[in-house]
Design a protein around this ligand. Sequence first.
Ligand code: MTE
Ligand code: LUZ
Ligand code: MOS
Length: 768
Amino acid sequence: TAVGKSIPHDSAVGHVTGAASYIDDLPCRVDELFVGFVGSPVANGTIKSIDISKAIDAQGVACVLTSKDVGPHNIFGPLFCDEPFLADKELLYVGQPVVVIAAETEQALAEARNLVTIEAEPENPIFSIDDAIASEHFIGPTRRIKRGHPIKAIAGATHQLSGEFRIAGQEHFYLESQAAVAFPGEQNQLVVHSSTQNTTEIQTMVAEVLGLSMHQVVCICKRMGGAFGGKETQAVIPALMASLVAQRTGRAARIVYDKDTDMCVTGKRHPYRCNWHVGFESDGTIVGLKVDFFSDGGSAADLSTSVMERTLLHAENAYYIEDIEINGRVCRTNFPPNTAFRGFGGPQAIASMENIIERVAEKLKIDSLDLRLINVYGDTDRNVTPYGQLYTGNHLTEIMTTLAETSNYRDRIAGLDQKNKNDSLRLHGITMTPVKFGISFTTKFLNQANALINVYTDGTVQVSTGGTEMGQGLNTKIRQLVADEFGIPFPSVIVMPTSTEKNNNTSPTAASAGTDLNGAAAVDGCRIIKSRLANFAAELLASPKDGLIPSPEHIAFTDGMVRDRRQPNAGMTFAELTRKARMERIDLGARGFYKTPGVDFNRETGRGNPFLYYTQGAAVAEVSIDRFTGELSVERVDLLMDIGKSINPKVDMGQITGGFIQGMGWVTAESLVYDDGGRLLTHSPTTYKIPAITDLPIDFRCAMFPNDDNLHCVRRSKAVGEPPLMLGIAVWAAVKNALTYLPSEKDPNLKLPATGEEILRCLTEMEC
Ligand code: MTE
Ligand code: LUZ
Ligand code: MOS
């Protein structure tokens, strides 16, 4: 069988040789135009005038388009229709698209962009959560989840602490920038190739904005060069630009953002402010918690309210807190709309909770792991979440105690005081943080998928689903699942490019549920075909003279053969069976479908079962910081993740280690710096520092927690994509822990990320 084996990612060779093709690798059609745009010069204001006359007359320019060319439906959005495609009056962030230009060559395009002038009447912009709150600029209402009487519980507790915690954003830094190529067809039809996590979203938005019907638009995505949530909604604008040009000119149109443009104009992980009050007993039991989250949503809703919803649903992270109130509000500011990013509001929630845990541990002078184990969710009681979902399949205590042993946590902690006393140059810290991440879209209807299975008469199979490949290995896993269903070799199955022509009404490949949903739909499709084939094979394998009349249940599909289980020597190859089936006019194609059972969440009451199950894990990080410069070194990291029975252990290990490092980058290094006009200054790898190979933990160990109890998912697997990102928080918490070894009693309220500058600030504040 293929499932459970570490089959290499099916584009691994292509990725490293360059043979794997991305949007900009599509061959140019002879009539193709290059598309670009000119964006808003100000972060907030109104358009006084747009002068495109010089650009129109420039050599090699095919067309210059503004909102006037878009038609009545110049507005879109995944949840709320509140985001203009091309700004018509109001300007809401620097770089917001205003003018679209199409030219014969990239050179001509670059020149024409400089010939456009946009005159704006600037207004006072809002660049911070605090300013947005002060001027009551919000997106959507306050959302709340509440259980019991937290204010009373906090007041009645032996100890209280409160604080304000600041969390910054994060750039996705996918390698392939936002890109699309649109081909016009007959009768107003369009084929749009897009680097998108969500082909249906592109199809829908292109149809709506261009005034077409959905059946006139096909969206195709072969693969993305990374997405990380940044292409869940934000592939729409470039796809609209290419489509608009294709529709207006009748020519093929290509747009590929350069890296700087991409970083400047696309949304990021939401910055947060978190105000918290906690009450706890002297043994460490947390009895009450109240948290108010404010996120920076940017200038339009995008997915911000949904992201905030996931924040509320992860505010307690791994801990049972009887009396709890969690509030969340999205702020409107003059930045590009912030969007999905691996973890989707979960990372901010979990970092906030782990900050509180570190503070409580410091106050009580008890080991933070002991504190965590006192408060962690129980198995038989203390196992209901604040929103009323029973937490089943909880292995947190086992995971944390196992990891404590394998990482030698207790001995290392015991030695830490001495280590810090002996080292006058560096401060050392160690912390373990757990993660419990809910799997399912919290928007119920998105928890569905369909699959198209084509079986050919040489015994090979093509699978198509709405799932998109962004490097995470979805296609490899689906191939493994389908190969096993038919009992045929892995190479006999190919996953085809995602296209709305084959799979309609699809959900984004997101929420880590790509395999859970699309894998299950593919298996369903295979079983439909298998049941037809089993009936037919039973007829073929009947051997009345031996008294053996097989019924379909006796038919097995294994090792490329189709056999009667009771007469293993009689049988035929899968290929032979498919040929005979065709001759007998048996349908060798099917469409599978899957919908997640049982999930339901009531937004108004803040109660329900939003998740099918949880993926869980823990990380121990040891860091050292330079006492004089704040420079950070990650000395050792041990990860332990429960991802059920892995469909592909090495691909999943790549997800775990990669996710962790991406999280570590967010909490320690990556820093978005804007000038006071709201222009992003760190818009390229020279100034925006994602983790490099030299930033890896010096000693990096990663293991999977053996668990085969997840009956919810295909082959007892579990979602893996996002949860490991939140293990990166352990590195931040370890920095915080290191600072507690300074003699000062003061808490410097370390912000996230703990960059060198931020650590230095804390060191300086604590020394005086
Ligand atoms: N891994 C790679 N290599 N590239 C990506 O863009 N995106 C992550 C994760 N792992 C991503 C990735 C995010 S945000 C999600 S939601 C999941 O993959 C989506 O894929 P899955 O549901 O198939 O795991
Ligand atoms: N997208 C979404 C997501 O629409 N709903 C979700 O719950 C979600 N979770 C994670 C990532 N994307
Ligand atoms: Mo991932 S943020 O769900 O695309």
